[in-house]
Design a protein around this ligand. Structure first.
Ligand code: OGA
Ligand code: ZN
Ligand code: ZN
Length: 403
């Protein structure tokens, strides 16, 4: 049902200034103010306490929230630190109405809250739906059920775009098929989602074997599983590689769920995992015009020790600056992780065809390729990067009309 249809079905009187649908939730059955908050009960039995300052801060009237930008105008700093009790009523249409008595510098003020909007916010601990971890770890067996989306469906239908976005969430990669082989298509694909992220390699980059390469990818050598740009404080979240030509001998592509491998390393060799998560090492790219450096562990973790960011890229690794006593332990752990990343049981192998594109979560899924022989035919990929914020933004905007 579209947002408009929802709004028509459940007549709302309170415009909350949100584009995400909120109307149509359970009705409020009770509201009472005591001890500095308003206690609400909905017909589905949900109960929640909303502190007075929270309610006043979220007033959606046109003085408190800009009707055009939908951004907050009300400033709690202008209000007394302790608010007087408002008169609380439920309107006929089930909205919460508050009438705030006049207070220093302010006349009487009315706030109206949609019951569905409040219901969505009843549980403050509920995460944004996109923050719920939907990652499905995978092994080489994913070859039998590849997340593939048709290029035409991706470019022209919401369902195609949405399938692709969901595959990125779930598997950390998605394949587009049957696209054109016009140069620049990778940018048109990126623009279907958001704005490509420009780097020292440009708005897009051409992966071809070239005479004066400034990067291993621009040669014909094999690329071991790696992430791109670990030498940046903020490496790109997602990468896209679009195949325009692939006629050389060799050059098969690989993808590896590095996060799944890192978890397996934690189980099988906790000491190696500890070393790779605790030891900061240097990554550096240098050419005539740039010198981009960052120091971080190979496996970045959250507070619970779960891997969140991988920085595995052997050719971008700079001088190993570690106390001599730590060097052997580092190399041992690094070798162990590398051996697992190379294991065919974890590796998805495939030949990219012209008009195909892989997109992958650059912090989770490692990519690689076999060496190829440029004398046997032309091989040309074009790549670009995308920020996770834009991927999620597109998902949220799509969800508005699917709610
Ligand atoms: C890259 C890369 C892989 C390939 O450009 O980042 O890893 O198949 N390329 O050429
Ligand atoms: Zn207001
Ligand atoms: Zn790469």
């Amino acid at each position: 049902m579209t947002a408009e249809a929802l709004a028509a079905e459940y007549t709302t009187t309170a415009d909350m200034g949100e584009l995400a649908p909120y109307a149509g939730g359970p009705d409020l059955t009770d509201a009472a103010s005591h001890n500095g908050s308003v206690q609400l009960t909905w017909e589905d039995g949900t109960q929640a306490d909303f502190p007075l300052m929270w309610l006043r801060d979220h007033c959606a009237c046109t003085q408190c929230r800009h009707p055009q930008t939908r951004e907050r105008l009300v400033r709690i700093i202008d209000l007394p630190e302790t608010l007087p009790e408002p008169a609380v009523t439920l309107t006929e249409s089930g909205a919460l109405h508050l009438e705030w008595p006049a207070m220093e510098g302010f006349g009487v003020h009315e706030s109206l809250f949609d019951a569905g909007w409040l219901h969505q916010r009843a549980d403050a601990s509920r995460a944004d739906p996109l923050d719920v971890d939907r990652k499905t770890p995978w092994t080489s067996a994913i070859a039998d059920a590849l997340p593939v989306v048709d290029h035409h469906a991706f470019m022209n239908t919401e369902a195609g775009l949405s399938d692709w976005l969901q595959a990125l969430d779930r598997y950390g990669f998605a394949v587009l098929r049957n696209g054109p082989t016009e140069p620049g298509e990778v940018i048109r694909v990126a623009e279907r989602v958001g704005w490509p992220r420009e780097t020292n390699f440009g708005r897009h980059f051409d992966v071809v074997s070239m005479p004066d390469p400034n990067n291993a990818a621009y040669t014909a050598v094999a690329l071991e599983p790696h992430v791109d740009l670990p030498n940046w404080q903020r490496p790109p979240d997602f990468q896209m590689l679009y195949c325009l030509a692939n006629e050389s001998e060799g050059g098969e592509s690989t993808l590896t769920d590095g996060m799944a491998v890192a978890r397996a390393l934690r189980d099988r060799d906790p000491e190696a995992y500890r070393v790779l998560t605790e030891t900061e090492i240097d990554f550096r790219f240098q050419d005539e015009s740039s010198d981009i450096h960052y120091r971080a562990p190979v496996i970045g973790c959250d507070d619970y020790g779960n891997p969140t960011v991988l920085r595995f890229n052997n050719w971008i690794r700079d001088t190993l600056r570690l106390p001599a006593a730590e060097v052997d332990a580092f190399y041992r752990a690094y070798r162990r992780f590398w051996q697992m990343l190379r294991d065919p049981a974890w590796t998805l192998r495939f030949m990219l065809r012209p008009g195909e594109m892989i997109a992958f979560d650059n912090l989770r899924v490692l990519h690689g390729r076999d060496a190829f022989d440029p004398n046997t035919g032309h091989r040309h990929l074009q790549g670009t990067y995308l920020d996770r914020d834009l991927i999620r933004s597109r998902q949220r905007v799509l969800e508005r009309s699917r709610a």
